[in-house]
Design a protein around this ligand. Sequence first.
Ligand code: AP5
Ligand code: MG
Length: 222
Amino acid sequence: MLGRKIHVVFTGAPGCGKGTQARILTEKIDIPHLSTGEILRAEIKKATPQGLQLKELLDKGNLATDEMIIDIVSCRIDEPDCKDGFILDGFPRTCPQAEAMQKMFAEKNIKLDAVIEIQVPDEIIMERILGRYACMKCGQGYHDKFLKPKVYGVCDKCGGTDFYRRIDDNRETVQNRLVNYRALTYPTIPYFENQGLLRTVDGTSTIEAVSKKIDEVLGIDK
Ligand code: AP5
Ligand code: MG
């Protein structure tokens, strides 16, 4: 534990490393990693009517509605495991979500420490996303080139031997996700910058080097 509460948002283009860095940080400071993408994918798996609607949106790289996402996040951060803080990954993703988050945090007496933007150019993004896969059992992420399991075909973390690739990780969908990022999510960057909350980290170096920079930004000494 860190000995203080920490509330942090990871933002940035698809594939910039939000999930990778959030997972590393959560292991160091033991606070939950709340990925709205993962929450939505879990809903899709249940095949509920809402899940089927979401599947149509996510498979094409389009966003879920602000109302739904805001409601999901508001309920999730009320759960007991969030009492010492949390890492939000992929939320807020639009200006209305950013404004709703600020309002929600004020009502719940939560202090936002930082919004960390992981900056990676588009040409790197495509290679990162198209090479990504994850362990079916524990969700640990890997990459064909940048992050291979120590033993071929065996998850380092849980020993699982089944892996999957995300349906939205294809070239066409990634192009659309990038278009949506620029149009809808990027405008939240100046919004947080104006409030003195934005910390931009260069995401083009190695996973370990990016993690070190994030630790420095958050004042984590590990
Ligand atoms: P989400 O799951 O959040 O997808 P995303 O934003 O497109 O981001 P990714 O998960 O693809 O990438 P990442 O930044 O986590 O990168 P990763 O660490 O895996 O959302 C999915 C969908 O859900 C959205 O498109 C939308 O439809 C919906 N949604 C979610 N939130 C929403 C919201 N708030 N509102 C509305 N709709 C919402 O890294 C990628 C790969 O690169 C990995 O293989 C990794 O190993 C590798 N890698 C990472 N860092 C490095 C490095 N430094 N060097 C080399 N390789 C690296
Ligand atoms: Mg992710």
